[in-house]
Ligand binder design. Structure first.
Ligand code: SF4
Length: 273
C-alpha cells in the first residue's frame, strides 16, 4: 500500500466541502485524522473509489464484505456518528422518528440513530453490511438504465475474480434444476420480469438495495448448447455501493437461492439466511 506522505496529500483527494459526514468539522481535520491513523479514508463518502483504492491495504481489504462481522459492529457505531436524516436524503431513503428505512429485496430494513438494525426477517451479515455501507458511503445516484457485467464495474474483476464461479455459476446451477426459481424471485423478493435483455430467455430485475438493481439473465439450453446465466448491474452500482458489498450481495443471493431451491417454494425461505 502506498502510504500517504503527508496530511496535505490526503487533503488533495477530498472534495473540500466540509460536509462533516466523516464526523470531522472540516476536510482538513479529516485529512489529519487519516494521516495519524485515527480515521480510515473510507469514512469520507465523497472520496473517489480510485483514490480510496490507491491507499487500500491490499486487493480486498477495505471492502465492506471481507471485514465480516467485526466490521458490522464498527459500521453500526459509525452510523451513530453521522447525521442519519441527511444520509437518508442523500440516498433517497425514508426517515421518520429516529429511523432510516429502505427496501432490501422488497422488505423493509431500518437502522436507528444508534446503529441498531430492525427488520421483520432474519438479518444476515451478507445483507446487513452492504445495507450499512450503502447508507454510509453511497452517493445515491439514480439508476441509469445502462447494464454492465460485474467485471466491467470499477475493480470488479481485479478484486473479486471468483465472482463468476461463486455467484453466476452457482445461480445457474439452481436455475437449471429449479424450474420455479424465476417466478419465486418475482413473488417473494418483489422482482420484476422484464423484456428479455441480451437475447436471453428470461430476464428478472431485483433490488437488493433501491439504487443498486441487479438483472439476472438466463439462457435455456438449446440445440446442444448449454444453458447460461449472467448477472448485470446498473452502471451506477459502484458509485452507490463499494465493490466488496456488490460482491457480497451477489454471492449471498446465490446461496439464498440454493436454500430456496432445497425448500422448493416455501415462502418462509425468504428469510435471507
Ligand atoms: S466527509 Fe469528506 S468531504 Fe465531508 S468533511 Fe469529511 S472529508 Fe470533507
Amino acid at each position: 500500500m502506498p502510504r500517504p506522505k503527508s496530511a496535505m496529500e490526503i487533503f488533495q483527494l477530498l472534495d473540500k466541502s466540509n460536509c462533516r459526514e466523516c464526523g470531522e468539522k472540516t476536510c482538513l481535520a479529516f485529512a489529519g485524522a487519516v494521516f495519524t491513523g485515527r480515521k480510515q479514508l473510507d469514512r469520507c463518502p465523497r472520496i473517489k473509489p480510485e483514490d480510496r483504492a490507491r491507499f487500500s491495504d491490499d486487493t480486498e481489504s477495505g471492502s465492506a464484505f471481507e471485514e465480516g462481522l467485526e466490521t458490522l459492529g464498527k459500521m453500526q457505531a459509525r452510523i451513530a456518528e453521522i447525521d442519519l436524516a441527511a444520509a437518508a436524503e442523500r440516498i433517497g431513503a425514508d426517515f421518520a422518528g429516529d429511523r432510516l428505512t429502505l427496501k432490501v429485496l422488497g422488505k423493509n430494513f431500518s437502522v436507528d440513530t444508534r446503529g441498531k438494525l430492525y427488520a421483520d426477517i432474519h438479518v444476515n451479515p451478507w445483507v446487513a453490511v452492504p445495507f450499512i455501507s450503502y447508507i454510509l458511503n453511497g452517493r445515491g445516484r439514480p439508476a441509469s438504465g445502462d447494464w454492465m457485467s460485474f467485471r466491467e464495474l470499477k475493480n470488479g474483476m481485479a478484486r473479486y475474480p471468483l465472482f463468476q464461479k461463486r455467484c453466476e455459476a452457482a445461480m445457474k446451477k439452481v436455475a437449471d434444476t429449479y424450474t420455479d426459481l424465476f417466478d419465486d424471485l418475482v413473488h417473494i423478493f418483489s422482482g420484476k420480469q422484464v423484456e428479455e435483455q441480451f437475447e436471453s430467455d428470461i430476464s428478472v430485475v431485483l433490488h437488493p438495495l433501491p439504487r443498486v438493481p441487479m438483472m439476472i439473465c438466463y439462457w435455456k439450453p438449446e440445440d446442444g448448447l448449454a444453458s447460461s446465466l449472467n448477472l448485470f448491474f446498473d452502471k451506477v452500482a459502484d458509485d452507490n455501493l463499494d465493490i466488496g458489498s456488490v460482491f457480497s450481495l451477489g454471492v449471498g443471493m446465490a446461496q439464498m437461492f440454493e436454500k430456496l431451491a432445497q425448500r422448493h417454494g416455501f415462502p418462509e425461505a425468504a428469510s435471507f439466511r
